[in-house]
Design a protein around this ligand. Structure first.
Ligand code: GLY
Length: 563
């Protein structure tokens, strides 16, 4: 006990005195339109589409395909995502292109004969992949809302893949770090390991991916879910003992859903409904926060941080119990968003003392690997806003590249509850609501969000980061609405995270200033530093004069572009 307290104290000492990032910095300001994404080349592609007169959905499609090339650790065609749309007239829509469990999946597929979880099976390799949803999602988004020809939206990604693009130092490092896994989990040597040590500025060319994108450009969904791409994917599955079949691919369809909304003070929160937990959890957190004087307490002071941690503890407990794919499980969305219910969740919340998340084993506080996923935010010149979070799950997904087709497969099956109460790679636990069933979508934390203020478009925001996505978006919104930060400052600001179980507060270096960490510890919170940052967000704020301010996350290579 004394030893562990000493370790925590050391952690605090190391947290003290870390520099605060600039909370007042202004991001790129433009007059009419903007794209913010995880990669400057993808943002440039989106901005170019908007300049050609494309709308926010056109730009979103082009950015999605461009990210699949230039940001292969999370950008994808072998994964899935969520898109939230607010049209200029206030009309809302949401597209769920989340992956699905293959037909041969079953609830105990990752357990051994003793009923224990087989380490890594849901996480790396062919069996970890769900049926990809991205291409059908993009096709459906284009059919319903697109204004430019489809081929013009896919073409920029083809050019990036065929001609190649220079690696940033972060991307080069990540490719090098993954080399061993790429060798282990692939049945044929993937393009990514042709070179054994990548350096900043090296050109990455992805010829197989370029040909797959050409098929998608020419044939739409058929170019991916049928014909040569499907043949290559299924052959890959057979070689690696995966279970995705041609029938799984042919039957995959993205689904249009009604966004969840919640009015919190002057702000209307518009976000993703189940199978994401993000929208509901975010609205719960912001509703609870409205009842406390966070503004007076100040940014990341002991008062506000303690309160936010306690709110997060309760909201993530709800997530574990109630949330799953609404097509398979009756998620009580309205009950969870009922203000009386939300108020009841904070009864007994002490402002003096940390609560105890029951039955916590000491556990490993941080996920074993940097959580991934990527978010992009877009506002077009007409005022249409799109918020998209897309993912392979962890960095480079399952690590499996479809040989001959050049794209990575997701490891999204790990987002199911592989065994009730057993933590996934993010330490999240779940139950029946998120158990594996054939054709079911796994629960997500992705939180693509749009805010209105007094009925007008105010902010487009979202983040990567697995289970930390929800608390990242929550903090960014509070940073702007309660603490008056700029969009860029709100994204720069240090973050912390609690998710009920394991009962730890993860904190970025410097997020909790001198004294705050120590006081939180004295209240009973267990705090662990999080190397590599928490979340990576992309936001756009509509300024009072109607101009747009972009917030591009300094934790990555993120960039805003627009005009
Ligand atoms: N795979 C991360 C998420 O969907 O939350």
């Amino acid at each position: 006990m004394i030893r562990s307290r000493l370790i925590f104290l050391l952690v605090f000492i190391s947290l003290l005195g870390c520099a605060e990032r600039d909370l007042k910095e202004r991001g790129l300001v433009t007059d009419q339109a903007m794209v913010v994404s995880a990669h400057p080349l993808a943002s440039a592609v989106g901005s170019s589409i908007l300049r050609q007169g494309g709308n926010a959905i056109d730009a979103a499609i082009a950015v999605q395909f461009a990210l699949a090339v230039v940001y292969p650790d999370a950008g994808n065609i072998g994964g899935g995502g969520f898109l939230v749309l607010r049209q200029q007239d206030g009309t809302l829509d949401a597209l769920d292109y989340r992956e699905k469990a293959p037909a041969a999946a079953h609830r105990n597929m990752y357990l051994n004969e003793e009923g224990e979880v087989i380490d890594g099976l849901s996480y790396k390799g062919h069996l970890a992949a769900g049926v990809p949803g991205t291409v059908d999602g993009m096709v459906q988004a284009h059919e319903k809302y697109g204004s430019m020809p489809w081929d013009k939206l896919v073409q920029p990604a083809i050019e990036l893949a065929a001609k190649g693009f220079p690696l940033t130092s972060k991307e080069a490092r990540k490719l090098n770090e993954q080399r061993a896994d790429f060798i282990t989990y692939n049945t044929k040597r993937p393009e990514f390991i042709l070179q054994d040590h990548w350096r900043e500025g090296d050109t990455l060319r992805l010829q197989h991916l370029a040909h797959t994108l050409e098929r998608i450009r020419d044939k739409g969904r058929v170019g991916f879910y049928e014909g040569p791409t499907a043949d290559l994917l299924v052959a890959e599955m057979k070689r690696g003992r995966g279970i995705i079949t041609k029938a799984d691919l042919a039957s995959y369809r993205a689904v249009w859903r009604k966004p969840v909304t919640g009015q919190v003070g002057n702000y209307r929160i518009i976000s993703m409904p189940p199978p994401s937990s993000g929208g509901i959890a975010l609205i719960q957190l912001l509703t609870i926060s409205e009842k406390y004087p966070l503004q007076d307490w100040g940014w990341n002071t002991v008062g506000s941080a303690h309160f936010m941690i306690e709110a997060e503890r309760r909201v993530y407990a709800d997530r574990a119990k109630h949330l799953g794919d609404p097509d398979f499980y009756d998620v009580p969305v309205e009950d969870l968003l009922d203000t009386a219910y939300i108020s009841s969740r904070i009864k007994g919340l002490s402002l003096d003392k940390a609560a105890d998340s029951d039955e916590i084993s000491a556990g490993v506080p941080a996920p074993p690997e940097s959580p991934n996923t990527t978010h992009y935010s877009i506002i077009d010149a007409q005022g249409n806003a799109v918020s998209v979070t897309t993912t392979l799950n962890s960095s480079f997904g399952s690590k499996v590249l479809v040989a001959g087709a050049g794209f990575l497969l997701n490891n999204e099956m790990d987002d199911f509850s592989v065994k009730p109460g057993f933590p996934n790679s993010y330490g999240l636990v779940g139950g029946e609501a998120n158990a594996i069933r054939p054709g079911k979508r796994m629960l997500s934390s992705m939180t693509p969000t749009i805010l209105e203020k007094d009925g007008e478009l105010f902010m487009v925001v979202g983040s990567m980061g697995g289970s930390t996505i929800i608390t990242t978006v929550y903090q960014i919104i509070l940073n702007v609405t309660k603490h008056g930060f700029s969009m860029q400052g709100a994204i720069n600001a240090g973050r912390f995270h609690h998710q009920w179980k394991p009962d730890w507060v993860l904190s970025e270096w410097g997020a909790l200033g001198a004294g705050t960490g120590l006081e939180l510890w004295l209240k009973g919170h267990r705090i662990a530093p999080k190397d590599g940052g928490i979340g990576r967000a992309a936001g756009i704020l509509v300024l009072p004069n109607g101009k747009l301010e972009g917030g591009a996350d300094p934790r990555g290579d993120d960039a805003a572009a627009g005009f």
